[in-house]
Design a protein around this ligand. Structure first.
Ligand code: C2E
Ligand code: MG
Ligand code: MG
Length: 606
C-alpha cells in the first residue's frame, strides 16, 4: 500500500485568520490597531508610509504620527465623539509626520473594533494622499491660471476691440469729413458745384415723376469785387457767409442753396408752377439781401442779379440748365442789376458773343491790339486845344476798330482792366513826352480810371512809378473818375484822392449828372474839374429842362470853384448855349473826333 503523505487539514478559523493576515499585510493602505491612544499593531504599508521598521511602532503613542500634539488632540476629541455613535470617522486631509520629521497629507478612516466595548480598541486606515492632493491642487492651480490667462486675454481682446472700434469710428469720421469737403464749399458750408449737379440731376427725375417744373436760379452779387478789393477779403468773406445764411432762410428746407465760388450762388426750387412762383422767390431773395449788412462798425449794402431758368422748358440736362440760368443772370445785370430775368433763347447768342469777346480780350494786350486815341478839349472862346482825353481803342482782328463801351465792362468784370488801365496810363504819358521831345506845345492829358482800378490797392504807387519812368510832369496829367465810381466808393476814397492830389496830378469828375452826387462829398473831394455828361448836352437846344440842369451844374461848379467841361458838343447851337451859360471848356465832334496820336500832333503847334 502506497504511503500517502498529506498535510494535516487546517481548521476553518485558522484559515480565516490567515486570510485576514494576508489582507492586512498586503493592503495598499496603512492599517493600525490602537487601544487607549497606543499603537498596538500596524501593517507593513503603515510602517513604510511613516518610515518606521514594522516592529518599532507597536507600543508607541498614536500622537507620534501627527504633525503636532494640538493636531492630535483636536482630532482625538472629534474621533471619540464620532465612533461613540458607532459611525465611521473620516478625515480627508490630515497632516501627518514621518519618522524623519517630514510631513505628508493622509486620508484617515477609523472605526471602533466593537461598538459595545470601547477597550477593544479602534482600527485606523491611512492613505498617503499627498500626491493626489498635489495633483488636485496643481490641476486647480492650472485651471485658475488658465482662467486668469483667459480673463487677461479677453481683456486684451476687449481692449484691442475697443481700439479697433475707435479707429473705425475715426476713419468713418475722416471719410465723412473728406466727403463733406469734396461736396461742400469750405467758406459757407453750402453744397458746392459737384453736389449741386447731383441734386439737380435728382430733382429733374423727381420733376418728371411729379409733373411740376423745377427752377434753377443763378445769383450773382452786384459789385462784390469792389467790396472785396477795397475793404479786404475778411469783409468779403463775412459778407458771403451772411449772404449764404440769408439765402437759406429765404427758401424752403427742401430747396437747395449752393455756392459755385466767388460771389455766385445757385438756388434750386423744385415743384414750381411757372414764372409767377419764381418771381415771388426772386423778389424774396432781393428783399433779404437788400437789408443792410452791419460789419465791424460799417454798414455794407449788396444787391443780387438773378437769372432763372426752368426744367424742362429751358433745358433737359444739368449743363444746359446751368448755362441758361447764367446767361439770364447776365441779362439781369445788363438790365440794371438788383433784378431777375427769365431765360430766353436769344440770350444764348448774347452769352456766346460775350464769351468770344472775353477770350479775344485775354490775348489783346499781349498781342498789342490796343491803341490810344486822343480827343481835344477846347476853349469855347478861342477853340484852341486846352487838353486831350486819352480814349482806348481795340483793333480787333477781323472786326476793325472797337470802341470801349463794348469791351470795358468785360475788362472790368474779369479784372483785366487793371493791366490794360495801367497800359493806357503809361502810353498816354509816354506819348506826351514823345511830343514834347519832338518840340510840340504839349497840353495836359486826361486818362480815365475805372472803378476797379480805383479800388485797387497800390494805385497811387503805380501812378507815381509811371510818372517817374516816363518823366512826365504830374501837372500834365489829369485823371477822370466817373461820378458813380466816386460816390460808390464813398468816404474811403478821400485818402486816395488826397494822395493823388498831393502828387500834383489833376482830378476830374466824369459823366457828371448821371450819378447821385452827395454835395457833402463833392465839397471834400480834391477835384478840380467836372465833365457834364453828353446826355444833357445832346438835348440842350430842344429841352428847357436840360438847359436848367446845365445851368444848375454851372452854378454848383462855380460855387465849388471847379472848371466845367461840356462833353459831346456836336453843333454850333449847343456851343452857343453853353457859352451863354458860362461854360469855358468843351469836347465833342464839333471840334474833333478822338484821333490816333499822329493826327493829333499837328494840332499841338505853338
Ligand atoms: P468818357 O470818358 O465820357 O469819354 C467820352 C466819350 O464820349 C468817348 O467815347 C468819346 O468818343 C465820346 N464823344 C466825344 N465827343 C462826342 C460827341 O460829340 N458825340 C458823341 N456821340 N460822342 C462823343 P468813347 O471813346 O467811345 O469812350 C466811351 C467811354 O469809355 C468813355 O467815356 C470812358 O468812360 C470809357 N473809356 C475810354 N477809354 C478808357 C480807358 O482807357 N479806361 C477806362 N477805364 N475807361 C475808358
Ligand atoms: Mg472820360
Ligand atoms: Mg464822360
Amino acid at each position: 500500500m502506497d504511503r500517502v503523505t498529506t498535510t494535516p487539514p487546517i481548521a476553518d478559523e485558522s484559515l480565516a485568520l490567515l486570510e485576514y493576515e494576508t489582507i492586512f499585510d498586503s493592503a495598499p493602505v496603512g492599517i493600525v490597531f490602537t487601544q487607549m491612544g497606543t499603537l498596538k499593531r500596524c501593517n507593513p504599508r503603515m510602517a513604510q508610509m511613516f518610515g518606521y521598521p514594522p516592529a518599532e511602532l507597536a507600543g508607541r503613542e498614536a500622537s507620534l504620527l501627527f504633525s503636532s500634539d494640538e493636531d492630535y488632540e483636536a482630532l482625538r476629541a472629534e474621533f471619540q465623539r464620532v465612533i461613540a455613535s458607532g459611525q465611521l470617522f473620516e478625515v480627508q486631509a490630515q497632516p501627518l509626520r514621518r519618522r524623519d520629521g517630514s510631513t505628508f497629507v493622509g486620508r484617515i478612516r477609523a472605526r471602533a473594533v466593537s461598538a459595545d466595548r470601547r477597550d477593544a480598541g479602534t482600527v485606523w486606515m491611512v492613505e498617503d494622499v499627498t500626491a493626489r492632493r498635489d495633483a488636485a491642487e496643481a490641476v486647480a492651480r492650472a485651471r485658475d491660471e488658465l482662467e486668469l490667462r483667459v480673463l487677461e486675454r479677453t481683456a486684451e481682446l476687449a481692449g484691442a476691440n475697443a481700439l479697433l472700434q475707435a479707429e473705425i469710428v475715426e476713419r468713418r469720421q475722416a471719410e465723412a469729413r473728406v466727403h463733406h469737403m469734396a461736396y461742400h464749399d469750405s467758406l459757407t458750408g453750402l453744397p458746392n458745384r459737384a453736389l449741386l449737379a447731383d441734386r439737380l440731376e435728382r430733382a429733374m427725375l423727381a420733376s418728371q415723376r411729379g409733373g411740376r417744373s423745377l427752377a434753377v436760379m443763378f445769383i450773382d452779387l452786384d459789385r462784390f469785387k469792389t467790396i472785396n478789393d477795397s475793404l479786404g477779403h475778411l469783409t468779403g468773406d463775412h459778407l458771403l457767409k451772411e449772404v449764404a445764411s440769408r439765402l437759406c432762410r429765404a427758401v424752403r428746407a427742401s430747396d437747395t442753396v449752393a455756392r459755385l465760388g466767388g460771389d455766385e450762388f445757385v438756388v434750386l426750387v423744385p415743384g414750381v408752377d411757372g414764372a409767377p412762383d419764381c418771381s415771388q422767390i426772386a423778389q424774396k431773395i432781393i428783399e433779404v439781401l437788400g437789408e443792410p449788412f452791419p460789419f465791424e462798425g460799417r454798414v455794407l449794402h449788396i444787391t443780387p442779379s438773378i437769372g432763372i431758368c426752368l426744367y424742362p422748358d429751358h433745358g433737359q440736362d444739368v449743363e444746359t440748365l446751368m448755362r441758361n440760368a447764367d446767361a439770364a443772370m447776365y441779362h439781369a445785370k445788363a438790365a440794371g442789376r438788383n433784378t431777375w430775368q427769365f431765360f430766353a433763347k436769344r440770350m444764348n447768342q448774347a452769352a456766346e458773343r460775350h464769351f468770344e469777346l472775353e477770350s479775344s480780350l485775354r490775348v489783346a494786350l499781349a498781342a498789342d491790339e490796343f491803341e490810344v486815341f486822343y480827343q481835344p478839349i477846347v476853349d469855347t472862346d478861342t477853340r484852341r486845344v486846352r487838353s486831350l482825353e486819352a480814349l482806348l481803342r481795340w483793333r480787333r482782328p477781323g472786326h476793325g476798330l472797337v470802341g470801349p463801351d463794348e469791351f470795358i465792362p468785360i475788362l472790368e468784370e474779369s479784372g483785366m482792366i487793371l493791366a490794360v488801365g495801367e497800359w493806357v496810363l503809361r502810353s498816354a504819358c509816354e506819348q506826351l513826352m514823345a511830343w514834347r521831345r519832338a518840340g510840340l506845345a504839349v497840353v495836359p492829358v486826361a486818362v480815365n480810371l475805372s472803378g476797379r482800378q480805383f479800388t485797387q490797392r497800390g494805385l497811387a504807387d503805380s501812378i507815381r512809378r509811371i510818372l517817374d519812368e516816363s518823366g512826365m510832369p504830374p501837372a500834365l496829367l489829369d485823371l477822370e473818375i466817373t461820378e458813380t465810381t466816386l460816390m460808390q466808393s464813398g468816404g474811403q476814397t478821400i485818402e486816395l484822392l488826397e494822395q493823388i492830389d498831393a502828387m500834383g496830378v489833376g482830378l476830374s469828375i466824369d459823366d457828371f449828372g448821371t450819378g447821385y452826387s452827395s454835395l457833402a462829398y463833392l465839397k471834400r473831394f480834391p477835384v478840380h474839374k467836372m465833365k457834364v455828361d453828353r446826355a444833357f448836352v445832346r438835348e440842350l437846344v430842344a429841352s428847357a429842362e436840360d438847359r436848367a440842369i446845365v445851368a444848375a451844374v454851372m452854378a454848383l461848379a462855380k460855387s465849388l470853384q471847379l472848371d466845367v467841361v461840356a462833353e459831346g458838343v456836336e453843333t454850333e447851337a449847343q456851343l452857343a448855349l453853353l457859352r451863354e451859360q458860362g461854360c469855358e471848356l468843351a469836347q465833342g465832334f464839333l471840334f474833333s473826333r478822338p484821333l490816333p496820336a499822329e493826327e493829333i500832333a499837328p494840332m499841338l503847334v505853338c
